[in-house]
Design a protein around this ligand. Structure first.
Ligand SMILES: NC(=O)c1ccc[n+]([C@@H]2O[C@H](COP(=O)([O-])OP(=O)(O)OC[C@H]3O[C@@H](n4cnc5c(N)ncnc54)[C@H](OP(=O)(O)O)[C@@H]3O)[C@@H](O)[C@H]2O)c1
Length: 195
């Protein structure tokens, strides 16, 4: 079981524009050419922040046209918010707030050994990392820059650095980068979580 922050980002490190648009992302490549199908098949539970969830709600008609339902995931999804947000009929959506640790435990129980996907945004992925719960970052780096926007991962993570474990070119629109998050063990040595 691995807790994975899987996302796409611009080359300069943004996952959406400031006004939460993903229009720049969709023309960059076909999702069928990426590792997404293999990735999602191994996911047992998801977590996302309120803005990401609201993007899904705003684009429910588009999702419906693509996958035949307004919500694309069959796995339980925890949405972090301080507000009362609507659910999606037929979808297993659970609302949470505050500490990510009890939610991570609940996700683990629900996932039954499969991976946990932190969908985003970057701040929520950072909260999982702060709690020592993030094992991997998998980033589809798009061949565009945005100048500003919603951040990929608003943390300073330098010592120890991430461990680059895989690089894959997806056409001319993406480079898929896979990193392990190193953990300091009790003896002080650095280890990395395995997928
Ligand atoms: N490029 C990609 O592949 C990709 C992937 C994922 C997301 N996105 C996009 O990136 C953008 C991300 O938006 P964002 O940076 O605002 O991040 P976000 O995580 O989607 O939303 C942040 C909001 O989530 C709520 N939240 C976060 N942590 C919480 C906690 N511990 N307890 C309670 N509430 C919490 C807060 O909302 P409230 O306090 O208002 O409830 C917070 O303002 C979205 O537009 C999304 O569509 C892109």
């Amino acid at each position: 079981m691995s807790t994975q922050y899987y996302t796409a980002a611009s080359l300069d490190g943004f996952i959406a524009t400031e006004d939460h648009s993903l229009e720049w992302l969709l023309p960059l490549g076909d999702i069928a050419d990426t590792g997404y199908a293999d990735f999602i098949a191994q996911v047992g539970a998801l977590a996302m922040g309120a803005s990401t969830y609201e993007w899904m709600l705003r684009h429910a008609a588009q999702v419906q046209a693509e996958v035949g339902a307004p919500w694309p995931y069959t796995q339980p999804t925890w949405v972090f918010t301080h507000r009362e947000l609507p659910g999606v009929p037929g979808a297993d959506i659970r609302f949470a707030r505050g500490d990510v640790r009890p939610v991570h435990a609940a996700m683990q129980a629900a996932a039954r050994g499969r991976n946990l996907w932190v969908v985003g945004g970057g701040g929520l992925a950072g909260q999982f990392h702060d709690a020592g719960l993030l094992d991997e970052l998998i980033v589809q780096v798009g061949s565009v820059t945005l100048g500003q926007g919603r951040p990929l991962f608003p943390r300073r993570l330098t010592q120890p650095p991430l461990v680059l474990s895989a690089v894959r070119q997806v056409g001319t629109g993406f480079a898929e980068l896979r990193y392990r998050v190193p953990r300091a063990d009790t003896a002080g040595a650095t280890t990395t979580a395995t997928a």
